[in-house]
Design a protein around this ligand. Structure first.
Ligand code: 13P
Length: 269
């Protein structure tokens, strides 16, 4: 039986003061909930603050990205040890907003500019190896673009991303390894993926993990769904066999809606 996880990805939102206010409200509402793990992922600037604000509760903290080197001339990057030194235990890796998989080219932005963060299957794999070696718990993201889904390539795209994550990874049967399935077209759009379909793709992911890392790893690894998770659709998603929790943007940034998501995850355990 896998323990569910409800993780909030605050993306590039919240100053330190705002982060502490939200983290404290989440702690007040949900800090004593058991039956699910709870993870808050504020911007790197607020990691230490949020760790302090949730102290003494069941809430853990994660970063939204990291670089694989220990230190050096990598302006703007942060290392696994830097994340750990804040007291955070988790790190999101390969989010579609970092892979440049926006799927929409906004007016005034070139396609190249939109890919400016530049995460690839290979860099996500390298970051994963480093995170695991450093003892951070990764939430590694995958998901297809709308154009890929419409072309009937969802399974192939997602399976390819997941296989690339495991390249040369060695033993990773730990329950600390989490994969998030986030269809790009469902992120921030209000258009949630149908529960049966999300469950089906998460099942495809689990079978890929079984193929590349063995059945034990496939059974231990938690697979989260992300993309417009809200209090009114969370129950249906959490009830699915292959969905072990959520990675949530918008609805994680209000304590009351995130509390409803946490309660649903705990109830699904
Ligand atoms: P939304 O919940 O705002 O759709 O964002 C999902 C997401 O990208 C979480 O990482």
């Amino acid at each position: 039986m896998r323990t569910p996880i409800m993780a909030g990805n605050w993306k590039m939102n919240k100053t330190n003061e705002e982060a502490c206010e939200l983290a404290s409200a989440v702690k007040e509402a949900s800090g004593a909930v058991t039956g699910t793990e709870i993870v808050l992922c504020p911007p790197a600037t607020a990691l230490s603050t949020v760790v302090g604000c949730v102290e003494g509760s069941n809430i853990e903290v994660g970063a939204q990205n990291m670089y694989w080197e220990d230190s050096g001339a990598f302006t703007g990057e942060i290392s696994a040890d830097m994340i750990k030194s804040t007291g955070a235990q988790w790190v999101i890796l390969g989010h579609s907003e970092r892979r440049g998989r926006f799927g929409v080219i906004e007016e005034g932005f070139t396609e190249e500019l939109q890919k400016v963060f530049g995460d690839t299957d290979a860099s996500v794999n390298t970051k994963l190896k480093k995170a695991l070696a450093a003892g951070l718990k990764p939430i590694a993201c995958c998901g297809e673009l709308l154009s890929e889904r419409e072309a009937g390539n969802t399974d192939e795209v997602v399976a390819g991303q997941v296989k690339a994550m495991f390249e040369g990874l060695g033993d990773c049967s730990s329950a600390g390894f989490v994969i998030a399935y986030e269809p790009v077209w469902a992120i921030g759009t209000g258009e949630v993926c149908d529960g049966d379909e999300a469950d089906r793709v998460c099942g495809v992911i689990r079978s890929v993990v079984a193929e590349v890392a063995g059945e034990e790893a496939a059974q231990a690894i938690r697979i989260l769904y992300g993309g417009s998770v809200k209090p009114d659709n969370v129950e249906g998603l959490m009830a699915k066999e292959n969905i072990d929790g959520g990675l949530v943007g918008g609805a994680s940034m209000k304590a009351d809606s995130f509390a409803a998501l946490i309660d649903a995850a705990a109830a699904s355990a």
